[in-house]
Write a protein that binds this ligand. Structure first.
Ligand code: OGA
Ligand code: MN
Length: 296
């Protein structure tokens, strides 16, 4: 396996490796895991795999999430991100105002996966199944590098601060009815420390996202302005890695240390992606971000 750096200080391609080989060879998994801890975004090209290979590869990293209520793939290990009209047997595309179209737009806000869940995500693994002729890239920014650029007073501030995350908040930025009442009931707001220390290497990352809507002890408008400034500073174009998808690509990222967003593509072209998501555990530093005292 060759490791080829791709982005501005993070992201790397793992060359010469197939998902199934990683599953079969514990020493190879250890090398992939080390690359994940170090580079935060791993690109695997020219993959030959089944859904089961993607699940097995992902499961090496930890417990798999089940896809949340009212989403394509609900209850399974797969999140389906698509504008293909699956309800119509996969014939044609969903119309512009469709829930999946709005969901794709919400994914175009800078975010980290599952920060709104009771157990946030360690990592996501996204595979390309059908791609548009252009557009539809996925863009990544390192909040570990963003953390390193903060001054010591800011680091001390955010290490002691807790932000609230709510799925309905990020969805509401696109359409107030996008998060249904069923989803809102299933996904009440949660709060996490604004800094996530990686126990494997001691490196800290800023933990904020489109889902964050409030900070404990801070006026709500001021908190939202601060969150927006932090996300903007972390995601300046020269700081990002833009992944241009090719057939056979799969990309894994570290949700503790990465913000990502989808990019638009032509409305009349299909794009179909399949994600598996790995839950964080205390071994991944979840105990560090979890508030010491339960929320009132
Ligand atoms: C995701 C996501 C963006 C994209 O899979 O979590 O945000 O480019 N995807 O599809
Ligand atoms: Mn996402």
């Amino acid at each position: 396996m060759e490791i080829i750096p791709l982005g501005p200080g993070f992201a790397a391609e793992l060359r010469g490796v197939q998902m199934a080989e990683v599953v079969a060879q514990p020493a190879l998994y250890q090398a992939v895991r080390a690359a994940f801890e170090e580079h935060s975004v791993l690109v695997l090209r020219d993959q030959r795999y089944t859904d089961q290979d993607q699940v097995a590869f992902s499961a090496c990293f930890g417990p798999l999430e089940r896809t949340k209520v009212a989403s394509l793939g609900e209850g399974t290990h797969f999140s389906i991100l698509t504008n293909v009209d699956l309800a119509n047997g996969g014939k044609g595309l969903v119309p512009p105002g469709h829930r999946e179209t709005l969901t794709a737009r919400a994914n175009q806000l800078w975010h980290t996966d599952s920060s709104f869940k009771q157990i946030p995500a360690l990592a996501s693994m996204l595979s390309a199944r059908t791609l548009p002729s252009h557009g539809g890239e996925t863009e990544f920014a390192s909040t570990r590098l963003a953390w390193a650029r903060l001054d010591p007073a800011q680091r001390a501030q955010f290490e002691g601060a807790y932000a609230w995350h709510d799925y309905a908040h990020s969805r509401g930025k696109i359409d107030p009815s996008l998060a249904t009442s069923v989803e809102q009931t299933a996904l009440p707001p949660v709060r996490w420390r604004m800094a996530w220390r990686n126990p494997a290497n001691g490196k800290t990352a800023l933990y904020v996202a489109s889902h964050a809507f409030a900070i404990d002890g801070m006026d709500k408008a001021a908190a939202q302005a601060l969150l927006a400034r932090l996300i903007e500073a972390a995601t300046k174009p020269e700081l990002t890695y833009l992944h241009r998808w090719r057939p056979g690509d799969a990309v894994m990222w570290d949700n503790r240390a990465i913000l990502h967003r989808g990019r638009p593509w032509p409305d009349d072209q299909p794009r179909h992606m399949v994600r598996t998501t790995i839950s964080a555990t205390d071994a991944d530093g979840l105990d560090f971000v979890r508030p010491a005292v339960a929320a009132a």
